[in-house]
Design a protein around this ligand. Structure first.
Ligand code: 13P
Length: 284
């Protein structure tokens, strides 16, 4: 499979001060909508699957679909595991051909997070696969992963420095006020904290839970050092909204191509919007 690692994509983004989308795929229409948008805008792309999506699609189908999508694609694409929860699932993805993985040890105490992340990094780097890790805890819900707002903790910049030095991680996901899923109120991001973390680590920073953020917030976060922006819910919402609208107008419709097709186009348009905000158009 013609995939490249996160390191290559994010090193360029870090230098050029832009961000690349870590866009989640949930089915074939998501994959086609997302890669179609990135190709049209000549943007590098990080396709990612959560463990829930992998279970839903089946890992063999993920690999088969992504292989078909990237085989003749002119843009650089990474296939990334989102929120890997164990060494075992990371190894499975690497063996199947993922070029990049996230190990999310953010629920463990600091020392345990370092120990587990290091284990993953040693194995992944040995075979040229890049690793994203998380420090601090995001609120909200993604698949089976749910963190109550009151249990969310922001990333400590001093700990971030120690974490990056001791693990040798390739990209760091930080908690600065974003949340997975749909926001309950207006998100308030701690830009000062983000700037401090970037200045002290100079590593590609990953922003999770980017759905529902304003373009201004996204642009500001990118100007302060975010290089990977994760989006899932926004695309799920436009897909569902388009299908709902179609069924409202035609309750008898049954051919999936006639509602999933327009759903796919809606995703593509939304992805193009995001890519323009992230600044990765024409960076392929
Ligand atoms: P959203 O679903 O809130 O966009 O978050 C996606 C994400 O962070 C994936 O890791």
């Amino acid at each position: 499979m013609k995939l490249i690692s996160l390191v290559e994509i994010l090193a360029q983004a870090n230098q050029g001060r832009y961000a690349v989308g870590g866009f989640n795929i949930n089915n074939l229409e998501f994959l086609q909508g997302i890669i179609g948008a990135a190709e049209e805008l000549n943007s590098p792309l990080i396709l990612q699957t959560s463990e829930g999506a992998m279970k839903y699609i089946g890992i063999d189908y993920v690999i088969g679909m992504v292989d078909a999508a990237v085989k003749n694609s002119p843009i650089p694409v990474a296939l990334h595991l989102d929120h890997g929860s164990s060494f075992a699932v990371v190894m499975k993805c690497i063996r199947m051909g993922y070029s990049s993985v996230m190990f999310d040890g953010s629920h463990f105490p600091f020392e345990e997070n370092i120990r587990l992340t290091k284990q993953v990094i040693e194995a992944a780097h040995a075979v040229g696969v890049s690793v994203e890790a998380e420090l601090g805890k995001l609120g909200g819900t993604e698949d089976d992963l749910s963190v109550d707002e009151k249990d969310a903790t922001f990333t400590d910049p001093e700990q971030a420095v120690e974490f990056v030095e001791r693990t040798g991680v390739d990209a760091l996901a930080v908690a600065i006020g974003t949340a997975h899923g749909v926001y309950k109120g207006k998100p308030e991001l701690d830009f000062e904290r983000l700037k401090t973390i970037k200045d002290k680590t100079n590593i590609p920073i990953v922003l999770h839970g980017a759905s529902g953020l304003s373009d201004d917030d996204l642009k500001k976060a990118i100007s302060l050092g975010v290089n990977k922006v994760n989006v899932n819910t926004d695309f799920q919402q436009v897909f569902a909204a388009k299908i709902r609208e179609i069924f409202r107008n035609d309750r008898e419709l049954y051919d999936p191509r006639k509602y999933c097709g327009p759903g796919r186009t809606a995703i593509k348009e939304k992805v193009m919007e995001k890519i323009r905000v992230l600044g990765s158009a024409n960076q392929a």
